[in-house]
Design a protein around this ligand. Structure first.
Ligand code: SAM
Ligand code: SF4
Length: 396
């Protein structure tokens, strides 16, 4: 692949949206499969956390003058454990500093326990208009296996309350669980569809280093479905949800047209976003070019750094032209819409044929993995199922 020389302009990045990600790093307990930056603490000083998040927000707002937010996402961890007043203060400051036009998507991740569901109205009043809930399974034995603190009945009550409280909502399911058959999964997905509205995220269970499941898996005490069964489960998911009107718009995300997560689309379209809170990542187009940002992962060290410097961010990493193109393709090929060639050219400042390995594209197209049309490059459904292998061949 040829090196790129031109720099992406802020204008090009703006077209893809500008998001704010806020990381809340605490959970009531640690799930055995999860390697997200989440920690269990007896108590948290909400006022201290609010002030620190506001200070780091100011830090990033100072660096990005003149930009208007197109989405906000409170992720975690378990942000539904936040005090709604903290959420409100962050949204108010985000509006003052960047602008948060009425109707902008504001999502909060929530765990479906009654403690959290009781706060839904307060989150709505604070400005949250979309909730994403970690249901994970509609089977009580599997919920226990996944270390979840909720039952199916409790989860469905939380879903009903979320539907009544927010304009938009989504929930997450995890499949390819030990012992799962295609028939049982189809049945579970059909039951999930009774409760879904516009959006559903369906993740294949992955074994992440440093988790309890990793230890069990290494000892042979946790056996996952083999590759063939996992493939069948994936295909069953695609077929069933597409037939129900929620096609995959991304590898693991399904939505009725128009109900896609606007915030996650910013990531996948390789737009800019500021990330605040411990372990948050960001991508920003600054006057000197695009940078990757990341903050200290540890909650207490992050608080100390913010107190001392106004931010827990590490040194920004400049993202060179070749890396930008790689990242744009890695993110964009996850989407069913693919990557517009005009976006590649805007990022590269050169004709797309100068920067994309055309012979690799043609070969992958012959194998039914990629499609190149007059205006875009996209992975086929088969290509999205094997995206890592496709990217390896494409990016070399
Ligand atoms: C940050 S978590 C969700 C927020 C919330 N704390 C919860 O658990 O409901 C985001 C989602 O990632 C998914 N996830 C996390 N670890 C996973 C793993 N190892 N395999 C598959 N999905 C995973 C789960 O579906 C989870 O809901
Ligand atoms: S899955 Fe959610 S609740 Fe469980 S540890 Fe991860 S972030 Fe926390």
């Amino acid at each position: 692949m040829l090196p790129l020389t031109a720099r992406a302009g802020i204008g090009a990045a703006d077209e893809r949206g500008f998001g704010l990600y806020v990381h809340w790093p605490f959970c009531a307990s640690k799930c055995p499969y999860c390697d997200f930056n989440s920690h269990v603490r007896e108590r948290t000083d909400q006022a201290r956390w609010r002030d620190a998040l506001l200070r780091e927000l100011d830090h990033f707002a100072d660096l990005t003058p003149g930009r208007t937010l197109t989405s906000v996402f409170f992720g975690g961890g378990t942000p539904s454990l936040m005090d709604p007043a903290t959420v409100e203060a962050i949204l108010r400051r985000a509006d003052e500093r960047w602008g948060l036009p009425a109707g902008t998507e504001v999502t909060l991740e929530a765990n479906p326990t009654s403690v959290e569901a009781d706060k839904f109205r307060a989150f709505r009043a604070a400005g949250v208009n979309r909730v994403s809930m970690g249901i994970q399974a509609l089977d009580d034995a599997d919920l226990r296996f996944l270390g979840r603190r909720h039952s199916v009945a409790e989860a469905l009550e939380a879903v009903a309350l979320a539907r009544a409280s927010f304009e938009r909502f989504s929930f997450d399911l995890i499949y390819a669980r030990p012992g799962q058959t295609v028939a049982a999964w189809r049945d579970e997905l059909n039951r999930a569809l009774d409760h879904a509205v516009g959006h559903l995220s369906v993740y294949q269970l992955t074994i992440e280093e440093g988790t309890q499941f990793h230890t069990l898996h290494a000892r042979g005490e946790l056996v996952l479905p083999d590759e063939e069964l996992a493939g069948d489960l994936y295909e069953a998911t695609q077929d069933l949800l597409e037939a129900a009107g929620l096609p995959a718009y991304e590898v693991s995300n399904h939505a009725r047209p128009g109900e896609e997560s606007r915030h996650n689309l910013v990531y996948w379209r390789y737009g800019d976003y500021a990330g605040i809170g411990p372990g948050a990542h960001g991508r920003l187009t600054l006057p000197d070019g695009k940078v990757g940002t990341r903050t200290h992962r540890g909650p207490e060290p992050w608080l100390d750094l913010v107190a001392a410097h106004g931010t827990g961010a590490k040194a920004f990493e400049p993202i060179g032209p070749a890396q930008r193109l790689d990242e744009m393709l890695m993110m964009g090929l996850r989407l069913a819409e693919g990557v517009p060639l005009s976006r590649i050219e805007a990022e590269a400042g050169r004709p797309w044929r100068d920067v994309i390995a055309v012979t690799a594209v043609e070969k992958l197209a012959r194998h039914g993995m990629l499609e190149l049309t007059s205006d875009r490059l996209r992975a086929t459904p088969a290509g999205r199922q094997r995206l890592n292998a496709v990217l390896e061949r494409l990016l070399g």
